[in-house]
Write a protein that binds this ligand. Structure first.
Ligand SMILES: Nc1nc2c(ncn2[C@@H]2O[C@H](COP(=O)(O)OP(=O)(O)O)[C@@H](O)[C@H]2O)c(=O)[nH]1
Ligand SMILES: [Mg+2]
Length: 236
């Protein structure tokens, strides 16, 4: 019996992948290794966001070997938030988890989030030892402050890509931000509907393969456009 969840009854785990051909198979392997200990039933959803490399082909070939894995493809690159949302929305299980597809998190640490999802609707990680350069970390401090101040999102690491939800708290949500503002908008809308949110520390690993795009000026500019749009909407 699952009185205190050690293993979830059912879990959808998803990740976005944009040009992650050198990570996608190892990502799937680590999910397949950890999830059986974490959930009685699970499904894995890969969202290929218009990659120009062989991410989709590699993910699809891997998925053919295991019916629990599904690959969804955006024909064109729509952005981080759009891809995460596609993955969350496609899930059918009672709990939903998403992370990044670049292997900067340890899937086995989901074990630290699971016991809390009984008493909370959302369990979010925060990176204890963030493996990014000084500029990225300074920008993230400013961004987190802005999001806490403008949107009243009560977490210290808004963008940490290690989040677990009860499925019902996501029902009928509408998220407009398709870019990096996605996590802030998602949390702001969950706060607005009274969701109970708790934070858990998680380890962050350096990116070994592929390239990071989270600090690109275009990504940042889009996040600000989306922030102002949401702020305007919430104030109106
Ligand atoms: N959907 C989508 N995902 C992206 C995009 N850029 C990066 N990602 C994915 O989002 C995750 C985090 O991206 P990354 O560039 O490492 O951002 P960082 O960790 O903030 O530097 C990875 O799984 C990427 O494959 C994008 O334009 N669209
Ligand atoms: Mg990354």
């Amino acid at each position: 019996m699952n009185t205190s969840f050690q293993r979830l009854p059912s879990l959808s785990a998803s990740f976005p992948a944009h040009n992650e051909e050198d990570n996608v198979e190892a990502m799937l392997e680590s999910l397949l290794e950890s999830l059986p200990q974490l959930a009685e039933r699970f499904e894995i959803i890969v969202v290929d966001d218009g990659s120009r490399d062989r991410t989709y082909e590699r993910a699809s070939a891997f998925a053919e070997r295991d019916p629990r894995i599904r690959v969804i493809r955006h024909d064109v690159n729509r952005g981080y938030g759009a891809a995460v949302w596609t993955g969350l929305a496609a899930g059918t299980m009672d709990h939903a988890f998403f992370t990044d597809g670049d292997r900067q998190f340890e899937i086995s640490q989901l074990a630290d989030l699971i016991p809390l999802i009984e008493d909370y609707d959302v369990v979010v990680g925060y990176r204890q030892n963030r493996q990014d350069n000084f500029v990225r970390i300074a920008n993230a401090h400013a961004w987190n402050w802005l999001i806490r101040t403008l949107l009243h999102v009560p977490v210290r690491d808004v963008d940490c890509a290690f989040k677990l939800f009860r499925r019902d708290v996501l029902r009928d949500l509408h998220i407009a931000s398709g870019g990096a503002m996605f996590s802030a908008e998602l949390l702001a809308r969950l706060v607005a509907r009274g969701a109970r949110i708790v934070e858990v520390p998680v380890r962050h690993l350096p990116r070994e393969r592929g390239t990071s795009s989270g600090g690109n000026p275009r990504v940042i500019a889009r996040a600000f456009r989306e922030l102002f749009a949401l702020y305007g909407e919430l104030r109106a």
